[in-house]
Design a protein around this ligand. Structure first.
Ligand SMILES: Nc1ncnc2c1ncn2[C@@H]1O[C@H](COP(=O)(O)OP(=O)(O)OP(=O)(O)O)[C@@H](O)[C@H]1O
Ligand SMILES: [Mg+2]
Length: 346
């Protein structure tokens, strides 16, 4: 039996991605991986017919990838959940904490607390109880209806959900080490419909955000400006991207205002974090998601943020076949979330 093997499943707006890892050895080993175009409108729909189509696509992909298990860890889209680091709690026992988190959640969850599932992770707890001691907690609130929808889609695809977590928690697991030497990092996950941000320090998420500007917005603006079909606009985006010396800088100038929306948000995140955490200044930016591969993007972010910027490499803590190394390095940013999900141990 393939116990200790996990499928990480990332159901994106444009594509569904799967990574299968064995946890038998000390270092997790890649067994297989793959992706498939997502049906439209896909997982964002509430209609049974659309969700059936998602289950079918997942089944097709799973048949191709042939995992020796049905155990799946799935990611929830950042744009549909609510997360917050709650700083202002005193020293609390586990029981008291549950109650305090419900109160705290009322401040940032824009729906009745009875309709969400609350998860939390203690980031810091003073060693003993006194007037100055405090507890800092990372809280995730996921709508119960959203979870029910995901569970239904998975069950229909004949998979067994063993855990469910946010896409940024998954990406932070595959991209940032838990080591105290690991620099505080801003992850920017550039998807098709959204761009998500997370500030991660020592493997723990300190701040997250999601904006509705992603790869589709870039393709659309090219299509509009050049009067192209979307397919052609997508091609141009992937080939010329933000390279200023191509096409007399026309594409660069077209894409710049949209990319600047993402840069501005990144700057805001960095500033918000650094006012709260003066000892944990951000040293590195990691770009993941399909949009990370936009030609010229690493350079553009480096110039505009004044920080070290890299493309995501989710394979650092995973054993992979040497013959696959080069191919997988290129596809790394694409699989950051699915690899992080499959890396989850319990
Ligand atoms: N080489 C490339 N250059 C620029 N953009 C690219 C490249 N390859 C893929 N993309 C873009 O990446 C996006 C898809 O990325 P990804 O698979 O991470 O999104 P998704 O998970 O389906 O979407 P979401 O996370 O928003 O639900 C598309 O908008 C696509 O155009
Ligand atoms: Mg995605």
């Amino acid at each position: 039996m393939a116990s200790g093997t996990k499928i990480g499943l990332d159901i994106g707006y444009s594509s569904i991605k799967v990574v299968v890892l064995s946890h038998k050895d000390k270092v997790p080993r890649l067994l297989s991986l793959g992706h498939i175009a997502a049906p439209q409108p896909g997982i964002v729909s509430e209609a049974d017919l659309d969700l059936d189509a998602v289950s079918k696509s997942i089944s097709t992909l799973i048949d191709e990838v042939k995992p020796p298990t049905r155990d799946v860890v799935v990611g929830l889209p950042e744009s549909r959940i609510f997360t917050r680091v709650v700083y202002d709690l005193p020293f609390l026992s586990d029981d008291e904490l549950g109650q305090a988190i419900r109160y705290a959640a009322e401040e940032f969850v824009p729906m009745p607390i009875k309709d969400v599932n609350l998860y939390y992770q203690v980031l810091f707890r003073s060693p003993k109880k006194d007037a100055k001691s405090r507890t800092v907690v990372f809280v995730v609130a996921a709508p119960k209806l959203l979870i029910a929808k995901y569970l239904k889609v998975l069950t229909q695809a004949d998979l067994r959900p063993v855990a469910i977590e946010t896409e940024l928690i998954a990406a932070s697991r595959s991209l940032v080490s838990f080591s105290t030497y690991s620099p505080t990092t801003l992850i920017i996950q550039l998807g098709a419909s959204t761009t998500d941000f997370a500030i991660v320090s020592e493997g723990l998420i300190l701040l997250t955000r999601s904006i509705a500007t992603g790869g589709i917005a870039l393709t659309r603006i090219i299509a509009q400006s050049f009067n192209f079909e979307l397919v052609q606009a997508e091609e141009y985006k992937k080939v010329y991207g933000l390279l200023e010396d191509q096409l007399e800088g026309k594409l660069y100038r077209t894409l710049k205002p949209i990319v600047d929306v993402i840069v501005t948000e990144a700057k805001r995140m960095i500033q918000a974090h650094e006012t709260q955490n003066k000892q944990r200044l951000i040293k590195r930016v990691v770009l993941s998601g399909g949009g990370a591969q936009l030609p010229g993007l690493v350079r553009y972010f480096t110039d505009n943020l004044g920080l070290e910027v890299q493309e995501a490499d989710p394979w650092l803590g995973i054993t992979i076949d040497p013959n696959l190394k080069n191919k997988l390095a290129v596809e790394g940013p694409h699989y950051a979330v699915s690899a992080g999900l499959a890396l989850r141990e319990e």
